[in-house]
Design a protein around this ligand. Structure first.
Ligand SMILES: [Zn+2]
Length: 164
């Protein structure tokens, strides 16, 4: 666990090839919140910065489920305002491919796809904000937007601590 960022029961980490996400696509990580475990692709061991980013992203999935509704709603509102302002790009591919498929209707209805996007964007953004030593090659969001997101995290989590 990193730098006191997370607190909670341990999460078991293992390495396994040929991981798939819930849609059946190849993935670098497969996480079970309920079982408190994550499996990572062993090739990540050869790419430390990407390894750290993915690990951090997965830890933030645990943080997201414990965040509570008010904070999740605040993040949704932040992303909605960003979307309405026409912001393009994202903090990572996981959020970005979802964002590209979003429609105004998803947002109006708070569809499952929109809520998934909000979760992935939270994890990708947190990995950017708290992962100074991580790979940032997937970041396509404009620097000003990244700073605004970092300011959101600083405002909501001044102690930089997340329950997982
Ligand atoms: Zn994710």
């Amino acid at each position: 666990m990193r730098q006191g960022l997370f607190r909670g029961a341990p999460v078991k980490i293992s390495y396994r090839a040929d991981l798939r996400d819930t849609a059946g696509n190849p993935a670098y990580a497969a996480t079970s919140i309920r079982k408190r475990e994550m499996a990572l692709d062993p090739t990540l061991k050869r790419h430390p910065k990407q390894h750290r980013r993915i690990l951090l992203h997965e830890y933030f999935h645990f943080a997201w489920v414990r965040l509570g509704n008010p904070l999740r709603a605040a993040w949704e509102a932040f992303l909605k305002a960003e979307w309405q302002a026409g912001a393009r790009g994202e903090a990572g591919w996981s959020a970005e491919w979802r964002k590209r498929k979003l429609t105004a209707r998803d947002i109006d209805l708070r569809s499952r796809f929109w809520r998934e996007y909000c979760c992935e964007s939270f994890c990708d953004t947190a990995a950017l904000v708290f992962g100074a030593d991580c790979d940032q090659s997937e970041v396509t969001l404009a620097p000003g937007r990244c700073r605004a997101r970092a300011a959101w995290f600083a405002g909501k989590f001044p102690e930089r601590r997340f329950s997982i």
